[in-house]
Design a protein around this ligand. Structure first.
Ligand SMILES: Nc1ncnc2c1ncn2[C@@H]1O[C@H](COP(=O)(O)OP(=O)(O)OP(=O)(O)O)[C@@H](O)[C@H]1O
Ligand SMILES: CC(C)(CO)[C@@H](O)C(=O)NCCC(=O)O
Length: 433
């Protein structure tokens, strides 16, 4: 029988209690990698992989065992049979990786380097020679079907993008204590989620474009709105206006910029005064990029730093406002923001949070997710279990390590070696049923 996303989450969490003190318990660290171009440790074996192929980025989630299963004498042998109900438990790590969609060939090379054909991707019991299949979501799962077949001989088994986002979000919010946090005035505060009081909430996924989804329960949701002014707009317009070569460079520039150079503030219009009657302070942006009307300057006369800052502020503010207005339509007080546009970037989060706070008069709360860009890929990964495709059973969360609370600083958070550090990993286990 197929399981709902909620049942999967329930299994995961229920298993956590059962697992405590169990001998031979398997551990799975969750590790994030960035633009990986080299294989992970050669002895690691990849047993499951899922994709989210978006308009800007491809996200991968894959499970690797800690050692080579063919070595039966290894003390790190892959299968241990002390899991729940005697099922074999795999010991390993859940990895996260991303590639630019424009560089899909790098992603294909990466997958090829994992030698999936020898790693259990064929449906259990399927005749030899049957095509290798991996779960994939996002528009690229359709667009690149032929490319994957042609280059890797792999069939993409498509999962709906919204289903995956919601499944990934529900899973993370329930399974990871330190997943959700608020960010305001440079202060990051983790939010403890009451599992019995999670729904309804608004999920705003800021990718190339933005989806706003009212989540009412496990697998129960409606995409209530969206906007085409999203992460792709920031990166696309930013690239044209600043000549930046990478998204990271554009984000980095915004740290040093001053938006007041280009944005027209209420004070610019009101001779330095607040417009108190309607609640606008002199420092509120009256019109993004509005100063460029009258400055008599050309594009080259503005610093790329200031352009980047104004653009980031404009887009973040707009998304925050639209999100709140949609939350208001349905009386939702909690809005979770995800998607790779955010990148744990302080100014982005602060702007979104301020917009939600301002328009809701403090009634609604913006929250952010640690695994922001991987919701869809995680949901896609979890669908292996839903379909019983590979008998994968993520069944318990053992513990989470504390997260570095300084992570919300005004900097980019992908560590130089591309992997999350110890503090940012979570331990759990999976078991094959
Ligand atoms: N290294 C990067 N390269 C390009 N864009 C990046 C990078 N890091 C963050 N971004 C931002 O993240 C956005 C993509 O986010 P995400 O991966 O969540 O969406 P997507 O799945 O590509 O888009 P969609 O869901 O709309 O198809 C980009 O448009 C850009 O704003
Ligand atoms: C089209 C998708 C869903 C693809 O991920 C995303 O880019 C999006 O939500 N764009 C916004 C489209 C709109 O609602 O105006």
């Amino acid at each position: 029988m197929q399981q709902t996303a909620d049942q999967q989450v329930h299994n995961l969490i229920r298993g956590a209690g059962k697992a405590k003190g169990e001998r031979g318990r398997a551990k799975m660290d969750i590790v994030e990698s960035k633009h990986i171009s080299e294989p992970i440790k050669s002895e690691a074996q990849i047993s499951h992989l899922a994709l989210d192929i978006g308009g800007s980025l491809i996200k991968l989630v894959y499970f690797s065992t800690n050692s080579d299963s063919s070595s039966s004498s290894s003390k790190d042998s892959v299968a241990v049979s002390s899991g729940n109900e005697g099922r074999p438990v795999l010991e390993g790590k859940l990895h996260f990786a991303k590639f630019e969609t424009a560089k899909i060939n790098d992603c294909i090379d990466f997958i090829r380097s994992k030698q999936l054909r020898h790693s259990g991707f064929q449906k259990h019991g399927a005749p030899a020679g049957e095509k290798c299949t991996i779960k994939a979501t996002g528009g690229g799962a359709y667009k690149y079907t032929d490319l994957f077949k042609e280059k890797l001989g792999i069939c993409l088994d498509k999962e709906d993008e919204m289903d995956c986002l919601v499944a990934g979000s529900n899973f993370l919010l329930k399974a990871v204590h330190t997943e959700a946090f608020t960010y305001m005035d440079g202060q990051k505060e983790f939010v403890q989620i009451d599992h019995d009081d999670l729904y309804p909430y608004m999920l705003v996924n800021i990718g190339s474009g933005v989806s706003m989804i009212k989540v009412d329960g496990p697998g129960k949701f409606e995409r209530v709105s969206g906007t085409n002014v999203g992460g792709g707009t920031f990166w696309g317009l930013g690239r044209l206006l600043t000549k930046c070569k990478s998204f990271d460079e554009l984000l980095e520039l915004s740290h040093r910029g001053n938006n007041r150079v280009i944005d027209m503030l209420v004070g610019d219009i009101y001779g330095g005064m607040d417009y108190t009657k309607i609640g606008l302070s002199s420092t509120t942006i009256a019109s993004s990029f509005g100063k460029a009307i009258s400055d008599n300057k050309e594009l080259e006369d503005y610093k790329p730093e200031d352009i980047s800052r104004s653009l980031l502020r404009m887009i973040s503010n707009n998304i925050g406002q639209i999100s709140y207005l949609n939350a208001l339509r349905f009386g939702l007080k909690r809005i979770f923001f995800a998607g790779f546009f955010i990148r744990g970037h302080a100014y982005t989060m602060d702007t979104i949070a301020v917009a939600v706070h301002f328009w809701s008069k403090g009634e609604a709360k913006a929250m952010f997710l640690k695994h922001e860009g991987f919701l869809g890929a995680l949901g896609s990964f979890m669908s292996y279990e839903k379909h019983g495709f590979l008998n994968l059973k993520v069944h318990q969360l053992v513990q989470q390590s504390p997260v570095d609370a300084s992570r919300g600083g005004d900097k980019i958070h992908d560590p130089p070696n591309g992997e999350l550090n110890e503090n940012q990993s979570i331990d759990c286990s999976i078991c094959l049923s």
